[in-house]
Structures are given as C-alpha cells and as structure tokens.
Design a protein. Sequence first.
Length: 184
Amino acid sequence: MNTVQPIRDKGTVMDIGDYLKERSMRNYVMYMIGIYSGLRIGDILRLRVRDVRGAEVITLTEQKTGKEKRFPVGSELKKVIAAYVRDKKDYEYLIKSTMPGVYNRPITRQQAYKILHEAGSRFGVEGLGTHSMRKTFGYHFYKQTGDLGLLMRIFNHSSESVTLAYIGAAQDDMMSAMKLFSYK
C-alpha cells in the first residue's frame, strides 16, 4: 500500500485548487475544505449544506473517533462556501453525486480519490490521495505556526512524533540531514 503525501509546495497547492475550480466547483469545494480544515474525507463527504451555510464554526462528530470536532471557517474558505451554497437546499449533501439515478447522496470515497489523484498526476504530484488534503493542512499549519502541540491536538494524535511522521516533516528532516552529512 502506498503512503499518500502532503503537497509541500504552496504554489502547487494553489495550482491544484485552480485546476479543480475550472473543472468542477463541487470538487474545488471538497478540496478547499480539506486543505483548510484538516478533516478526513469521510467527514467532508458527510457534510450537508445546512452544516456550512453562513457558519463561523463548523461542528461535527468525527466518523473515525466519534469525538466532536469544531473548526473555525476562515475568510477564504467562507467565501468559497458562500458562493457554492447560494442556490442549494439545506438538506443537500455538500459534495453531492451527479450520477444518474442517485438522489442526494455524496460522492464515494473512491470517486474523491480519483478526482484528487488525477489532479495530482496533472501537476506531477505523486502519491496524492484523499488523505493528502488532511496532511497538506497539517504540513503547512506546522510550517506556518511551528506549533506541533496544537497540531497534535487538532489531529487527535497521541504524540508529537506521530504528528511529525504523519505530515511528512520527520521524513523531510531526515532527508535534509542526510544530504548535509559528510565525513569531511
């Protein structure tokens, strides 16, 4: 099984967002929620319009842990969501399937993976999958704030070392150190 990676380059994070936006607002909104919230794909797919419309804070029960998760909706994400939900009904799933014969169901995890993997391929990002959105959030949150303890709590991880490994920072540090290693 291949491990998915965060998108480390900020320019590529934005390029993939722009690419998805050109192709599908639904896919763009899914991606933007993922990279701005750190939610797992299963939790993103369960969101309904009523959960996000006009929200300053989104509250949900995590599917995996059963714990309540609350996160503030920043100004950039708020604009994206507001434009997207403008003409939608409160009961609709936010990331709704357009398959014929399927009424008001979210896309599948497999479809979400295909969307993101294809976008990653377009931009030369190997190992891009649904979990990459969560890891990308974590990677850039840590790089921007330096607050590993807070990120650990956001992710509900048991230790800082788990969080560092999860976001790929431990691998980055090892690679950098090994590149500089010398006997001279």
